[in-house]
Design a protein around this ligand. Structure first.
Ligand code: AMP
Length: 250
């Protein structure tokens, strides 16, 4: 079974986002960009399935700027992906556009399984996997906490509000990863060096003839309200006194 893992290049999760002065978005100039953390989990799961013999090939796909080839796609191959597809777009593509492009990739590649992150930490959309499943008409197991593949059968344990739900899917299927699915391996330096010889197919959005024009208009982006500084109290009595003044304690 071939597995496709879509990965997104996002602002590194350790970087504090700065909003552009004109309020049109987050400033990405000269800041560290990395692979979306949920997508690292997706690659790890795909590589583990290959190591167990349940998968034959792991192909990573990104839609993004050319620089993605030398950072996220290199990391993905160093973690164990066999080859990569880079679909160049200088502009951010919305989840529906990404899902349409991924459908075109699936039509060409015919994977048995697509593992995506449950959400990208920059837009927090949590839409692409679900939209891709709808466009392909394939079953989906979202927010995966455990994935077991036996032949054409994919059993996914999902994190839901009330606990865990287990669904049984027939390949080809879509899975999206939740945080506790696994702990991704590091891309070691020797593996990064070796990964440079693994192939990357370069495409453009135009190659697929798909309309990825934005459907949404960002009106404004603002920083969250600053937290007010706290005060230190000498003891519990003083704390209770202050809470009484605020009407929080009697
Ligand atoms: P989202 O729906 O934007 O929260 O993203 C969910 C998942 O879709 C991500 O974790 C990725 O696996 C995939 N994805 C989103 N955007 C892209 C992109 N530009 N290129 C490749 N995969 C993407």
């Amino acid at each position: 079974m071939k597995i496709i893992v879509p990965v997104k290049r996002v602002l590194d999760y350790n970087v504090k986002p700065r909003v552009k002065a004109d309020g049109t978005g987050v400033d990405l100039a000269n800041v560290k960009m990395s692979m979306n953390p949920f997508d690292e989990i997706a690659i790890e799961e795909a590589v583990r399935l290959k190591e167990k013999g349940a998968a034959t090939e792991v192909v990573v796909v990104t839609i993004g700027v050319p620089k993605a080839e030398t950072d996220v796609l290199l990391t993905a191959r160093a973690m164990g992906a066999d080859r990569a597809i880079l679909i160049v777009s200088e502009d951010e593509v919305e989840p529906l556009g990404v899902a349409k492009l991924l459908k075109a990739v699936c039509d060409e590649e015919q994977p048995g399984l697509v593992i995506l992150g449950k959400q990208a930490i920059d837009d927090d959309s949590n839409q692409t996997g679900q939209m891709l499943a709808a466009l392909l008409g394939w079953p989906q197991g979202t927010f995966a906490n455990k994935v077991e593949v036996t032949g054409e059968r994919i059993v996914v344990t999902r994190e839901v509000d009330g606990g865990l739900e287990t669904v049984d899917l027939k390949a080809p299927a879509i899975v999206t990863t939740d945080l506790r699915l696994n702990e991704p391996r590091y891309a070691t330096l020797p593996n990064i060096m070796k990964a440079k010889s693994k192939p990357v197919a370069k495409k453009t959005v135009a190659d697929y003839g798909i309309d990825v024009a934005p459907r949404l208009k960002t009106l404004k982006v603002v920083e969250p309200a600053k937290r007010q500084a706290g005060v230190k109290v000498a003891d519990v009595d003083e704390l209770i006194g202050k809470l009484k003044v605020l009407g929080v304690a009697k």
